[in-house]
Write a protein that binds this ligand. Structure first.
Ligand code: ATR
Length: 273
């Protein structure tokens, strides 16, 4: 049977096996999908061993995405832009192809929530790996403006300079930000510590769409905060998780699974509904 897995550390709580098993069932593909948690300095070896032993493909998550970028034989254009690899496929001619489906997953999830990206003003919070992966797919949707704000302003400036050939992207400090924005995407890891990015409440209005790439069994700190200040449409990163997985599954198997039912099952599994 074709073997796939996700590499991460820690990875025990990963939902990827659950999601891909449902995708396989739905599309009647015969495959198995497992977990691998190599020591931080043993990822390269573990990856090689997996493919030497007949593995067909894998996902890569924190903290190995940047390392995976350096270990594959060939990179997709979107992985090259993202500077990170979350999906690897062994091609029929034995080449390890590195791809990145995170940004496509974000855009697909935003669209499935009915968020309009074309001609919109988007504020992206954070300038780490998650922001980098989102930039090219967001700019491809032709927003009128995309502003990056980050605690460490120089990182936002670097990112804006790197992507300005793709569209109207600029960097501003949190203090400089002037609304109205149509969509705010939180790519910071602040919610992990229950912290908030230092965003002025005045930027939140009833018609704004709020997206937090993090998710949990209850609202993230950022989503709770945005709701308190009047945001009516809030979304967490669970849909993005399912959509990036669907994109990876399509890369591996050449067949696109449906995501709606799987997202519902995942929410049930997490106790969200
Ligand atoms: P990831 O790969 O998830 O993007 P990362 O590359 O470590 O993780 O980046 C984390 C991002 O969250 C950074 O933009 C970080 O800001 P700095 O560049 O200033 O470190 C941001 N971040 C983390 N905690 C934050 C907080 N409490 N407030 C604001 N931004 C925060």
């Amino acid at each position: 049977m074709d073997r796939y897995l996700v590499f991460g550390h820690p990875v025990r709580h990963s939902k990827s096996p659950f999601i891909h098993t449902l995708f396989a069932r739905q599309t009647q593909q015969e495959l198995e999908y497992g977990l691998a948690e190599p020591a931080i300095d043993e990822f390269a070896h573990a990856l090689r061993t997996f493919f030497d032993q007949g593995g067909k493909g894998c996902n890569v998550t924190v903290p190995f995405k940047e390392q995976a970028f350096t270990l594959v034989d060939r990179l997709s254009p979107r992985a090259k832009r993202a500077g990170a690899v979350n999906t690897i496929k062994l091609t029929d001619d034995g080449v390890l192809l590195g791809d990145n489906t995170d940004g496509a997953g974000l855009v697909a999830d935003l669209k499935s929530h009915g968020v309009t990206l074309a001609d919109s003003r988007i504020l992206l919070l954070g300038a780490g790996g998650a922001a980098r992966g989102a930039l090219a797919p967001l700019l491809a949707e032709l927003p009128s403006e995309l502003v990056i704000a980050n605690r460490t302003h120089t990182k936002a400036q670097q990112l804006a300079a790197e992507f300005c050939d793709l569209g109207p992207v600029t960097a501003q400090t949190y203090e400089q930000l002037a609304g109205p924005f149509d969509l705010v995407i939180n790519s910071t890891s602040a919610s992990l510590q229950g912290e908030l990015p230092p965003l002025a409440p005045a930027l939140i209005h009833t018609d704004i769409a709020i997206y937090d790439m993090m998710y949990g069994a209850s609202d993230t700190a950022f989503i709770s905060w945005a709701k308190q200040h009047g945001a009516r449409q809030t979304m967490d990163g669970l849909g993005m998780l399912v959509e990036q997985a669907a994109e990876a599954f399509t890369v591996w198997r050449g067949i696109r699974p449906g995501t709606k039912q799987v997202l519902r099952e995942l929410k049930r599994n997490l106790g969200v509904i």
